[in-house]
Design a protein around this ligand. Structure first.
Ligand code: ADP
Length: 297
């Protein structure tokens, strides 16, 4: 099916969802994503951001839509408001509000830090979420737990280590992984996080600024967990400046044990990259595992 027919079909479903007739005139491709193809669909005064992928991946878009709703409901950081997700003959799609980007400044970085700290204010009793989602394109289990170290071991590191084993990464990676999972409580002897609403995939490519200077976050992998996991990920691939960290710290200071736990938290994303892209991530994961084990022995 040609993209033109797909966009006609998507436009019909936008019209139904919004109750306002939408006739797209221009479909402009947008680059920068990892997983999906993306377009700005424009017609008259209306403009939408549309992601397309294979029809089998509708569930991934439904989870992203639910995540955007969850973040929006916190009324802290701006997120693109989701409009509708569904299927056409050849694609699954997700439509959201299209946002025109503005310039990042020290003020917008500070706002991002302050508003993220607000978003992280604890809101519920359990770690996890009411539904599963994806991290990149890897399934992410959000089965709820009352105990955070158990959640991190069973729903995060354990799942990625098992996937790595199935992908052929056995040996030292698995033996270090087993040792770490057996000692997970050692990282939490005097630290007891509360469940914060998390973006879940907070690298620099998933934040921007709108034309009014408001920070925006998008492409989430939401769940409730230790706020330090979001902060750890901001450091993994960079893109966040000193103003951001200073503002977050003054709104809600971070526990000193973060410098070690961030390695434990970013290990999840390194393992996920190993499972998605292979290659050099195996050595990086092993060295991080060895570093963590040396901290507790
Ligand atoms: P993927 O799911 O493929 O990783 P992203 O959600 O990261 O895709 O989006 C890809 C790019 O599209 C981003 O880098 C961003 O610049 C842009 N983008 C994302 N959401 C919007 C939006 N609502 N409005 C305008 N541009 C957007």
């Amino acid at each position: 099916m040609k993209h033109q027919d797909t966009f006609k079909d998507v436009a019909k479903q936008i019209s139904t969802a919004t109750g306002k007739h939408f006739e797209p005139l221009v479909a402009q491709p947008i680059t920068g994503g990892d997983i999906n193809s993306a377009f700005r669909l424009q017609g008259g005064e209306q403009s939408y951001f549309v992601k397309l992928n294979r029809p089998q991946l509708l569930d991934m878009f439904e989870a992203e839509q639910a995540g955007l709703h969850e973040l929006a409901a916190s009324q802290t950081l701006r997120v693109p408001l989701p409009i509708v997700s569904g299927k056409t003959e050849g694609h699954a799609f997700l439509v959201m509000e299209h946002i025109v980007w503005g310039a990042n400044t020290s003020t917008t970085s500070r706002l991002l830090g302050q508003q993220l700290a607000l978003m992280h204010q604890p809101q519920q009793a359990y770690f996890g979420w009411h539904r599963d989602n994806t991290i990149g394109s890897t399934p992410q289990s959000n089965r709820q737990h009352a105990d955070w170290p158990t959640f991190w071991r069973d729903q995060r590191l354990g799942v990625q280590l098992n996937l790595a084993k199935a992908n052929g990464y056995g040996g030292r990676l698995q033996s270090l992984g087993e040792q770490l999972c057996g000692h997970i409580n050692a990282f939490f002897s005097s630290y007891h996080p509360t469940p914060s609403l998390l973006h879940g995939d907070l690298w620099g490519g998933n934040t921007a600024v709108d034309q009014q200077g408001r920070p925006v976050i998008f492409d989430p992998a939401c769940y409730y967990g230790d706020r330090e996991t979001d902060l750890a990920m901001t450091e993994l691939f960079g893109g966040f400046d000193r103003d951001f960290y200073a503002a977050y710290q003054s709104a809600w200071p971070v526990d000193p044990g973060f410098s070690t736990r961030k390695i434990l938290y970013n290990l999840y994303h390194i393992l996920n990259h190993l499972n998605l892209f292979g290659g050099g991530y195996a050595r990086q994961a092993e060295s991080q595992l060895a570093k963590l084990l040396s901290e507790i022995k």
